[in-house]
Every structure is written in structure tokens, then in C-alpha cells.
Design a protein around this ligand. Structure first.
Ligand code: TXA
Ligand code: MG
Length: 334
């Protein structure tokens, strides 16, 4: 059985923050902890450094990045205008797992936005990320610190396993506390739209805005870079009806698969025949925090097939279901 990690916040040493800031100033790449996942950071205003991010990740250059800043008060430095709903969301949720897409300001090079006239910005809620951003002084573009299409890293060890020497410095700030990426909201207009569900729930956004928001899956907006198979481990991921999950796992195991089973909390303790069993935490925040670690662990244990059921799509369940669907998506590299 795969067990959950401890969840205490660990922070980096002061010397490490200064070193990471120097690497950024010199145009290098720093893996930095955030509350969601680890990011692969570069000076947002250095096009050469930003280009290296794409090379290291193996990511198409048309795929836009998020600019991380130290404080909501800096937002106006990076975007052209801040419509009222965006101002409200920034005030309410920053620092936190919310990314706002707004009109690109002149400070943001097109390399960071994949050529778009909009830019994604957020203030991360992690003491080391904030200390680094303050020490550095500028904006840091950072996608998740994984190779394109694979599972995002939630510990410094995950980053080292994924990127090795390709990154100049890894700032170890412990395990990420939210565990899934930020919620991305297109806030360019008067009616914000969720582009990617994440660490801030749709319900929380709606409460602050005082109106309902479009559900991402039914949203007509195309998000650049949202390919069907993303967040995928090596093992094939198949989504199964919760009532059929245990039977399907045993059947696949009999057929010779090495099955990694996400056992729903309702079945905790039920004996199951599988190569490895993950007991899904009953609480959604705990599930979100552990999700990517579970997928990585099942890969490490040599599973070739991962079976999981979708959680109800409420609260953080929306982001978890989105990531599981993408992990189970077709692997074609369209
Ligand atoms: O939690 C997070 O958001 C993490 C941490 C490191 O901050 N970052 C992250 O970055 O998930 P990344 O690059 O893996 O995903 C960012 C997504 C892109 O896939 C893209 O879809 C969207 O943000 N994005 C960025 N700029 C955009 C823009 N101008 N318009 C629409 N979508 C944009
Ligand atoms: Mg990513």
C-alpha cells in the first residue's frame, strides 16, 4: 500500500534564497517551490533565459508561461489594464493558487506569452517563493518543473528526478501544500472565465464575484497548450466507474497487468488483489496534495496500468477530476 506523506511546511535556508536570486539575475534556471507544484523559473524579462525553459521542458514555444510576482501591488507593472473583477480576485486570493490572464504590459516579452497579447500572472503562497521573488525584485516566469506532458513535481526530489542537471539550482522548500496547479481565470473582460480548474475552487471564485462561472469542460474558450494527454505518468491511466473499480482491478491483474489501484475512501481497508494500492484520502485537500505523488509512486513501483474513479466535481474535486481525465487522455502528440 502507498501511504501519504507528512504535510508540514519546510522552508529553505536564507543563503539558498540569495543564491537562487543570483542564478536568476545571471539568466539561469531555478526550480522553486510554490504552494501548488514546483516551478521551473527564469527572469521573465530575459528572453534568452525564458527560451531555455522551453528547451529544458521540451515544450512547444507557443505554449504560454505564468509570470510570478511578489505582491499584488506589482500587478500594474506587468499588465496593461486591470478590470474591476480581476482587481477583486487579486485582492481576495493573492498570495494563492489563482492565476489571472490579462492584457500583456510592455515589460513582458512575447517569448514568455507564446506570442500572445495576454499574460498570465500570479502571486504564489509559499514563503520561499515569496522570499525569492522579493530578493530577485522582478517577475519570474515558471511553468511546472516537469518535462512536457508528464506529472508535475511536488517535492524537490521529484524535480531532481525529472530534470537533473538541466536546472541550475533547486530551491528545496519541502512538499507542496496544495498539490495541484493554480486555477487559471481569463480576467481580460468584465465576465471572468475559468480556463483551468485548480487550487482555488470555482465556488470560492463565484462567492467573491457574486455570480456563477462557466464550467471549464463546457467552456468554448481554447486554452493554448491544453493538449489532451497531460499530467500523465508512464503507466496507462484508465478511469472506471466506482462500483466496478475493485472488480476491474482484479480482472486486469489476472490478465497479467501490474495494476496500481486508486482505492476510494469509501473502500478503505477492503482487501484487493493489485500490484499496488493507493488509499485515496477522504478529504479533497489531502487528495489534491497527494495526487501527483501517488502517480509517481505507482510508476516507481512498476505498475503498467492505473485504475481510478473520478471524485465528485465539487470544490477541489473539479481540479482532481480534470487532472485524472488528462492523465487518462489519448497519448497522441497532436
Ligand atoms: O500552479 C501553477 O500554476 C504552476 C506553478 C509553478 O505556478 N504553474 C503552472 O504552469 O502550472 P504551466 O506552465 O505548467 O501551466 C500554465 C498554463 C499553460 O498551460 C497555459 O495553458 C496557461 O497557463 N496560460 C499561460 N498564459 C496564458 C495566456 N496568456 N492565456 C491563456 N492561458 C495561458
Ligand atoms: Mg504544467
Amino acid at each position: 500500500r502507498v501511504s501519504a506523506r507528512t504535510s508540514d511546511q519546510v522552508t529553505a535556508r536564507t543563503g539558498d534564497i540569495e543564491k537562487a536570486a543570483e542564478v536568476l539575475r545571471a539568466g539561469g534556471l531555478v526550480a522553486l517551490p510554490t504552494e501548488t507544484v514546483y516551478g521551473l523559473g527564469a527572469d521573465a524579462e530575459n528572453p534568452g533565459a525564458v527560451k531555455r525553459i522551453f528547451e529544458v521542458k521540451g515544450r512547444p514555444p507557443s505554449h504560454p508561461l505564468i509570470v510570478h510576482i511578489a505582491d499584488a501591488a506589482q500587478l500594474d507593472d506587468w499588465v496593461r489594464t486591470v478590470p474591476e473583477p480581476a482587481r477583486l480576485l487579486a485582492e481576495h486570493f493573492w498570495p494563492g493558487p489563482l492565476t489571472l490572464v490579462l492584457q500583456r504590459g510592455p515589460r513582458v516579452p512575447l517569448e514568455a506569452t507564446g506570442g500572445l497579447e495576454t499574460v498570465a500572472v500570479r502571486v504564489p503562497d509559499h514563503p520561499d517563493a515569496l522570499a525569492l521573488l522579493s530578493a530577485f525584485g522582478g517577475g519570474v516566469t515558471a511553468p511546472s518543473a516537469n518535462r512536457f506532458g508528464s506529472v508535475s513535481p511536488t517535492t524537490a526530489d521529484d524535480v531532481r528526478a525529472e530534470l537533473g542537471d538541466a536546472v541550475d539550482f533547486v530551491l528545496d522548500g519541502g512538499a507542496c501544500q496544495v498539490g495541484v496547479e493554480s486555477t487559471i481565470v481569463d480576467a481580460t473582460g468584465e465576465t471572468p472565465v475559468i480556463l483551468r480548474p485548480g487550487g482555488v475552487t470555482r465556488e470560492a471564485l463565484e462567492e467573491v464575484l457574486g455570480r456563477p462561472l462557466a464550467v471549464p469542460e463546457s467552456s468554448p474558450v481554447r486554452v493554448p497548450g491544453q493538449h489532451p494527454s497531460h499530467y500523465a505518468p508512464n503507466a496507462r491511466v484508465v478511469l472506471v466507474d466506482p462500483d466496478r473499480l475493485i472488480a476491474e482491478a482484479e480482472e486486469a491483474q489476472r490478465r497479467g497487468h501490474r495494476v496500481g489501484l486508486f482505492l476510494p475512501a469509501a473502500h478503505t481497508g477492503t482487501p484487493v488483489t493489485a500490484h499496488a494500492v493507493v488509499e485515496v484520502p477522504a478529504s479533497l485537500p489531502a487528495y489534491a496534495r497527494e495526487l501527483y505523488g501517488f502517480l509517481r509512486e505507482l510508476d516507481r513501483r512498476g505498475c503498467d496500468l492505473i485504475l481510478a474513479a473520478l471524485p465528485a466535481e465539487e470544490g477541489l474535486g473539479l481540479a482532481i477530476a480534470n487532472r485524472l481525465r488528462r492523465a487518462a487522455g489519448p497519448r497522441s502528440t497532436a
